[in-house]
Design a protein around this ligand. Structure first.
Ligand SMILES: Cc1cc2nc3c(=O)[nH]c(=O)nc-3n(C[C@H](O)[C@H](O)[C@H](O)COP(=O)(O)OP(=O)(O)OC[C@H]3O[C@@H](n4cnc5c(N)ncnc54)[C@H](O)[C@@H]3O)c2cc1C
Length: 382
């Protein structure tokens, strides 16, 4: 079968749940993925954090939908995806961060988010052994959580296949063109046609978009992460320290459903490019910072570290654009930065409902993700 209603480039954090929602709408969907199975691009590099507590309305709305999908998946669909509702905690040790986070709190509350300022006492209950020296308090959003990126994507994949979606793995898209209202997608194995083509190629979205002569500002930005051996639960939320360090901006960690501590850091300066080899700076920098905030971590062994790519945009917001570059049926869903895992299901649901459901394409749930913005702003909690 060579003709489809929709062809999606990439079976990643975005493409896979998108295929699931589109095939559930009875669309004939083909996903083309160069790797061997779903989630083998940047999805598996994600540490699994899922939050709606952003500083922007479109991100908040999309992630609220994602949270609904992740948190009810086990009950509705039966697969355990490692969902854990531990919340997100931004501990505060300085007036500077207190001011920033309290300002944000106003915006977040306007969107009805369940987030509040909590006392040092409450912080200590949520993170046993947290350094109390100078602790002013924290913002805490109890509805946020985490899940396993690989368990989740495989669950979405199985559901997409059950709904009729076709996934072609080990197949690279090498050319896309449009003529007579139809996209022709050339791959390493053949040629396929559809009236709608969705670019969900993550860190490679720019190369793919240039095949249709539409340039997009997405470039790979390297981030490293690591995981420890499992231990008894003592950290409930994802802890995000937004202070800057010697060689880093923020860092964050949480304890997953299996008891392992998973951690990640934003390097300073940023490291651009596709190199995924671990650096010698990451572990010393992040362990120094994590031990300062939570000395009890010192006895836990790190099992492995890895490095992946944020598909970065200049302002930290994703790009979601219908009829991109004036090409009818060309949809971009890329540039997810450090939040593609948490945005994926919500975006998949929104895009499929805008295409074939009752949702208006001008709906404000993706308004701030349009390609024709000037990219000069900066997302405060990227
Ligand atoms: C260390 C680290 C930690 C992170 N932690 C989190 C987190 O806690 N929460 C969160 O929400 N996000 C997190 N992220 C970010 C998240 O991983 C990404 O934003 C997300 O995976 C991007 O999703 P995507 O679908 O756009 O790209 P991907 O998941 O990479 O999917 C794109 C797919 O397209 C395929 N592809 C590309 N070009 C072609 C082609 N020409 N032909 C065929 N296939 C092609 C790729 O192989 C890939 O599988 C983290 C990232 C890193 C690196």
């Amino acid at each position: 079968m060579k003709n489809f209603d929709i062809i999606i480039a990439g079976a990643g954090s975005v493409g896979t749940p998108l295929a699931m929602f589109l095939s559930a709408q009875k669309m004939k969907v083909l996903v083309i993925e160069k790797k061997a199975s779903p989630g083998q691009g940047q999805n598996k590099a994600a540490i699994g954090g899922i939050r709606a507590t952003h500083s922007d309305g479109s991100k908040i709305k999309t992630c609220l939908k994602s949270l609904e999908i992740f948190s009810t998946w086990h009950e509705k669909e039966g697969d355990d995806i490692g969902w854990r509702q531990g919340g997100y905690l931004f501990p505060v040790y300085r007036e500077k961060e207190e001011k920033t986070l309290k300002e944000l709190l106003k915006v977040q509350k306007q969107f009805g988010l369940n987030i509040d300022w909590i006392s040092p006492q409450k912080v200590k209950e949520l993170v046993r052994g947290i350094n109390e020296d100078g602790l002013i308090g924290a913002t805490y959003s109890s509805g946020d959580g985490s899940a396993s990126p690989l368990l989740s994507i495989n669950a979405f994949y199985r559901k997409a296949v059950a709904c009729g979606a076709q996934f072609n793995f080990h197949e690279i898209i090498s050319g896309v063109s449009k003529g007579n209202g139809i996209f022709k997608v050339k791959t390493s194995k053949g040629e396929y046609e559809s009236p709608v083509f969705i670019n969900a190629a993550g860190a490679h979205a720019k190369e793919l978009s240039l095949m249709l002569s539409v340039d997009i500002p997405v470039k790979p930005d390297c981030h490293e992460a690591g995981i420890t051996e499992p231990v008894e639960e003592f950290v409930k939320p994802m802890v995000v320290d937004i202070r800057e360090g010697e060689k880093s901006k923020n860092y964050y960690f949480y304890q997953n459903f299996e008891g392992q501590i998973i951690f990640c850091m934003t390097p300073d300066p940023q490291i651009w490019g596709y190199d995924r080899k671990s650096t010698s700076e990451f572990l010393p920098e992040i362990s120094k910072r994590m031990l300062k905030i939570l000395p009890g971590l010192s006895n836990i062994k790190v099992r492995r570290v890895w490095r992946g790519l944020y598909p970065m945009t200049p302002d930290g917001f994703p790009i979601v654009q219908f009829d991109a570059g004036g090409i009818e049926g060309y949809i971009i869903a890329a540039g997810m930065c450090g939040q593609g895992f948490m945005l994926g299901p919500g975006l998949g649901w929104t895009i499929s409902n805008m295409l074939y459901g009752s949702k208006d394409k001008d709906d404000d749930s993706i308004a701030n993700f349009r390609l024709n913005r000037d990219f000069s702003g900066q997302e405060k909690l990227k």
